[in-house]
Design a protein around this ligand. Structure first.
Ligand SMILES: NC(=O)c1ccc[n+]([C@@H]2O[C@H](COP(=O)([O-])OP(=O)(O)OC[C@H]3O[C@@H](n4cnc5c(N)ncnc54)[C@H](OP(=O)(O)O)[C@@H]3O)[C@@H](O)[C@H]2O)c1
Length: 320
């Protein structure tokens, strides 16, 4: 494993981070028992992963708790989250603190290393900063939270609007950012300032719902080419990313997707979610490989750097 420092938190973290949410939820979604899912977390730790991300809506905090029983607590960096608003209801500071306490109980620990406000959108930002952040700072003083962070909601926020608003407020030490081969906006919107200010970055959506689905990549390219948003040839092939796979290049599209994100300047931890022990191993192997050849990186930036929101779950995205 390779390790890096998570911005000014000073935490030493593995460059591969285990996301226990996403579509896989450590396999719980596909019928794994909590014990089997916890075993997968321990496999990840055996591979050197020390960053584990969870959140109450994922239903995996209990699984993380089971795994933590076999790991010295200070050997892993654990992140969880709280909702800010759901179904039109704003969560009060008391409710957020109760959520934190419940997370600690489920995970069987008395602190979280990174506590994130979850899926914050630009219009939620003032409330997050002015009403919730002071309560989190209070919990930090009590030792229940080490560092405070913010995750964006790329599915509705294609332009990192919430994170851009937060860049100059020092309470946030960690960001979770959506970034991938066809959603590269954070390169200009986020990473220059996070690097300058020492905000740690956790990357989500490297593969998510598009790069594990080659027919979808081809379908979306055809639609984008028809609208003139990408070069015409990309809509005329069933393998638009095939140019990345060659001797000295990527082994396949997923290998390309994780390596692309891993070596972007400003990226600290690449989260991936899986319920599959074989995917766990190949993803870690990809993240430990060298960058994609410079010519392929340049081509990805030239072909897709202007797109935003492509492949973020059901969305078809758009061109800037
Ligand atoms: N707003 C937020 O705060 C937010 C939003 C989304 C995600 N997150 C966090 O970010 C983490 C990562 O996001 P993500 O789960 O969307 O991760 P991801 O790594 O971008 O995508 C994971 C998806 O790709 C599949 N996959 C992974 N490796 C594969 C492989 N080698 N071959 C084929 N398919 C593969 C997985 O299915 P298999 O189970 O089959 O491997 C899963 O469906 C989440 O777990 C969560 O912790 C946070």
């Amino acid at each position: 494993m390779q390790y890096t420092t998570l911005g000014r938190t000073g935490l030493r973290v593995s460059v591969a981070g285990l996301g226990t949410g996403g579509f896989s939820r450590m396999g719980l979604k596909s019928g794994k028992t909590e014990e089997e899912s916890a075993r997968l977390i321990l496999d990840a730790v055996d591979l050197g992963i020390n960053f584990i991300d969870t959140a109450p809506p994922y239903g995996t905090e209990g699984v993380v708790g089971k795994a933590l029983k076999s790991i010295p607590r200070d050997k892993v960096v654990v992140a969880t989250k709280s909702t800010v608003r759901r179904d039109g209801e704003w969560w009060t500071p008391e409710r957020v603190v109760a959520s934190l306490d419940n997370s600690l109980r489920l995970m069987g620990t008395d602190y979280v290393d990174v506590f994130n406000l979850h899926a914050v959108e630009a219009q939620m930002y003032d409330y997050a900063l002015n009403t919730l952040a002071p309560a989190l700072v209070e919990q930090q003083r009590k030792g229940k939270i080490r560092h405070i962070g913010l995750t964006e909601n790329p599915i509705v926020d294609f332009t990192n609007a919430a994170l851009k608003r937060a860049l100059h407020d020092p309470v946030w030490e960690v960001y979770m950012v959506g970034f991938h081969m066809m959603h590269q906006g954070a390169r200009a919107n986020v990473f220059p300032v996070t690097r300058q200010k020492g905000i740690g970055t956790l990357i989500m959506f490297a593969v998510r719902s598009i790069f594990a689905d080659p027919p979808r990549v081809a379908r979306e390219m055809k639609e984008l080419a028809a609208k003139g948003h990408v070069e015409k040839w990309l809509g005329e092939t069933d393998d638009p990313l095939g140019f990345l796979v060659h001797a000295g290049g990527a082994a396949n599209m997923i290998d390309a997707a994780y390596r692309f994100v891993r070596h972007e300047p400003g990226v600290d931890v690449v989260l991936f979610g899986t319920g599959d022990a074989a995917h766990l191993r190949t993803n870690v192997a990809s993240l430990l490989k060298p960058p994609l050849p410079e010519s392929d990186r340049t081509k990805l930036a030239a072909l897709f750097g202007h797109l935003e929101g492509i492949g973020l779950d059901g969305h078809q995205g758009r061109s800037r």
